[in-house]
Write a protein that binds this ligand. Structure first.
Ligand SMILES: Cc1cc2nc3c(=O)[nH]c(=O)nc-3n(C[C@H](O)[C@H](O)[C@H](O)COP(=O)(O)O)c2cc1C
Length: 177
């Protein structure tokens, strides 16, 4: 099984990144092949809505968007992790979601794991899940397997002493269940 993590935080080693690592650690222990992509570290531009991808299956922009898309298509499970920014997902994550346009119908039958981290409480964070659900709703046969909300975490690393760590590891461990 291939598990791909797409990380939407610009903070490497930040809270969502730490929880992502826990999921991947658990998944690797269970025998899965894992890979992590930091959207901040790749060349990625927003969708221009030119529809130049129509019938071609690739974007007209010569950046890394198509490579990430290819990896998503080739994965069995996909972790989407993002900090909560003004009660939504990060711009990096939204940009990647939009850049799946050339081949999003090929992201089929995937298991998704959502990770969101924020200073606020779980109740308040939940609405930032909406753009992620909206994405999954457009993908044939894909569904959300687990949601990990790292609440009350603000500074880089705050999440390390929270219950979310165990939760994240368990989600990874159970990836074959
Ligand atoms: C631009 C920006 C907007 C933010 N908006 C929110 C917010 O709406 N609600 C909240 O609770 N925290 C907000 N935060 C705090 C982050 O969600 C929090 O620090 C989170 O743990 C960051 O995750 P990361 O370490 O993975 O980047 C914001 C931070 C930034 C930089």
């Amino acid at each position: 099984m291939k598990v791909l993590a797409v990380c939407g935080s610009p903070r490497k080693g930040g809270n969502s990144d730490i929880l992502t690592d826990e999921v991947l650690r658990g998944a690797a222990e269970a025998g899965a092949e894992t890979e992590k992509i930091y959207l901040q570290n790749i060349a990625l531009s927003p969708c221009m809505a030119c529809y130049g991808c129509r019938g071609k299956g690739r974007c007209v922009q010569p950046d890394d968007g198509d490579t990430v898309l290819e990896k998503m298509i080739a994965s069995d499970a996909i972790v989407l992790s993002s900090p909560v920014y003004f009660y939504s997902i990060s711009a990096q994550m939204k940009m990647m979601i939009d850049r799946t346009l050339p081949r999003y119908m090929e992201i089929r039958n995937k298991e998704f794991i959502f990770i969101l981290t924020a200073a606020a409480s779980k109740n308040e964070i939940e609405r930032a899940l909406e753009p992620l659900y909206g994405f999954i709703d457009c993908l044939p046969g894909s569904h959300v397997r687990a949601i990990i909300l790292g609440d009350g975490v603000y500074q880089k690393g705050d999440v390390k002493n929270t219950k979310s760590m165990k939760e994240a590891h368990k989600v990874g461990e159970n990836i074959y269940a």
